[in-house]
Write a protein that binds this ligand. Structure first.
Ligand code: DLL
Length: 433
């Protein structure tokens, strides 16, 4: 553990710390004015001292819509001169989400990211090959802050230019790879194609886009590493809100001394541990854009710490999906991650696939799936076998097309796009009409 006190404190002490920080946060929000203060006042809250952690479920929430409506600076809670940088996500439909950070926020970010890397086995002797994109996106710079805080050597290679990445991996002998899971696959395939021998890499820290345990198996096999998950979102801080560690048994330790987590159902009511629900985060310590009860739209389950582990943080599962990417096909709810799990459980299937939600006929939506076979010689039964497996798992029929290797577009920078909606016009991918 990088910070044994923060990551390993007793549950009582942490609760007390969270309580104290929540009170200070509510005071900061009330002082800053604006939409969050107004909502708190509407709920009858006059001071942080009145608010207990147990009261959170009855307090107001904020959503992405609030950030858009108050774009660009509306939820900033400090004077402009306190802000030292801005990050965010480019968003869709020309509506980016921007997040102002104070110097204190960067300090928190570096700390939680250092813990995440430390949990993956990185030390100050590590070399971190950081292939997350640098820029407005929080992936590159977030990992960078954490690696520097840890005292490791960070190679800020960013995304793309895969040949150069392969050269740097051979020359600088990194032990830690940080990039999206889809880019890890791409790098691994490029290594195989270039005949590069197994490398110095030991562990990968992958996130920013959905991926399943089946994808994890593929990454581990291709790169000969242990592949761990890392979660975060710009609204809360960026990567490092939660991260899997070597000993967290497949779940992600939530940095809950800084980011208090709740899990709620569609009506906003708390769900018990182990039940899927939407994650709601409260930034207990942030100052630039503190958020009380931010509804992430991300669906996961929560759990307590691993029994008898020195780490006492609550854990979240890998993301199961998003409330807004749940496909409802003929009345059946399907998360794209379930489709991925079925596809990649078949070792004839390559990790490049595309799910197409065909809504050209609104009354009769279809799920179409484009896959590529691992080997050049496509087996004739593959498509039919996958259709059977998908029907068994999802309960609906899907149109599976096995395309030639290389047909599904690869993502060298940014997040992979694995789900498209088809409402009119040409097929989103040739061969899918
Ligand atoms: O993606 C922060 C990040 C960077 C996380 C690098 C991990 C590694 P945004 O661009 O604001 O921030 O996108 C946040 O991405 O709400 C999730 O829906 C999704 N996401 C992030 N991490 C994961 C993950 C960064 N490990 C949105 N698994 C979040 C699945 C993830 N989805």
């Amino acid at each position: 553990m990088v910070d044994a006190d923060a990551e390993g404190m007793t549950l009582d002490r942490r609760r007390e710390l969270q309580q104290r920080r929540l009170g200070a946060l509510v005071n900061r929000l009330l002082d800053a004015g604006g939409v969050q203060a107004q909502r708190l006042r509407d709920c009858g809250v006059r001071s942080g001292a009145e608010v207990r952690l147990d009261d959170l479920p009855r307090l107001p929430t904020v959503r992405k819509r609030d950030l858009w409506e108050h774009y660009p600076h509306g939820l900033r809670a400090v004077e402009a001169e306190e802000v030292v940088c801005v990050h965010g996500s480019s968003g869709t439909g020309g509506r980016p989400t921007l997040v102002p950070y104070t110097a204190a926020d960067l300090d928190i970010w570096a700390e939680v990211m250092a813990r995440a890397l430390g949990g993956a086995g990185a030390t100050r002797r590590s070399v971190v090959h950081n292939a997350y994109g640098y820029g407005l996106f929080t992936g590159g710079i977030g990992v960078h802050h954490g690696a520097m805080r840890l005292g490791a050597t960070v190679v800020p290679v960013s995304g793309g230019m895969t040949d150069r990445q392969l050269r740097l991996i051979q020359d600088l002998r990194p032990d830690v790879l940080t990039c999206t899971p889809s880019y890890a696959i791409h790098l691994g395939e490029a290594m195989v194609a270039a005949g590069v021998e197994p490398t110095s890499l030991k562990v990968g820290v992958h996130g920013a886009e959905p991926w399943t345990n089946e994808m994890r198996v593929q990454i581990e096999r291709l790169l000969g590493i242990r592949a761990l998950d890392i979660y975060g979102l710009s609204e809360i801080i960026g990567p490092g809100v939660a991260a899997e560690s070597l000993d967290s048994e497949g779940m992600l330790n939530v940095a809950e001394d800084h980011f208090f987590v709740e899990c709620v159902d569609g009506d906003g009511n708390p769900v018990p541990d182990g039940t899927p629900g939407e994650l709601v985060f409260t930034t207990l310590t942030k100052t630039g854009m503190p958020l009380l009860r931010y509804r992430t739209g991300d669906v996961a389950t929560l759990a307590g710490p691993v029994k008898d582990s020195p780490r006492t943080l609550r854990r979240m599962s890998k993301l199961l999906g998003r409330t807004d990417d749940m496909l409802i096909v003929r009345g059946v709810n399907v998360f794209p991650t379930e489709v991925e799990a079925v596809l990649l459980a078949d070792d004839r299937v390559s990790p490049h696939y595309l799910i197409i939600e065909d809504r050209r006929q609104a009354a009769r939506p279809e799920l179409r799936v484009a896959v590529e076979p691992m080997a050049e010689s496509a087996e004739s039964t593959l498509g039919a076998d996958l259709a059977v497996a998908l029907r068994e798992r999802l309960g609906i029929g899907c149109d599976v097309r096995v395309l030639k290797p290389g047909s599904v577009p690869r993502t060298e920078t940014g997040k992979a796009r694995r789900l498209v909606r088809w409402t009119e016009g040409d097929a989103p991918l040739p061969g899918m009409g």
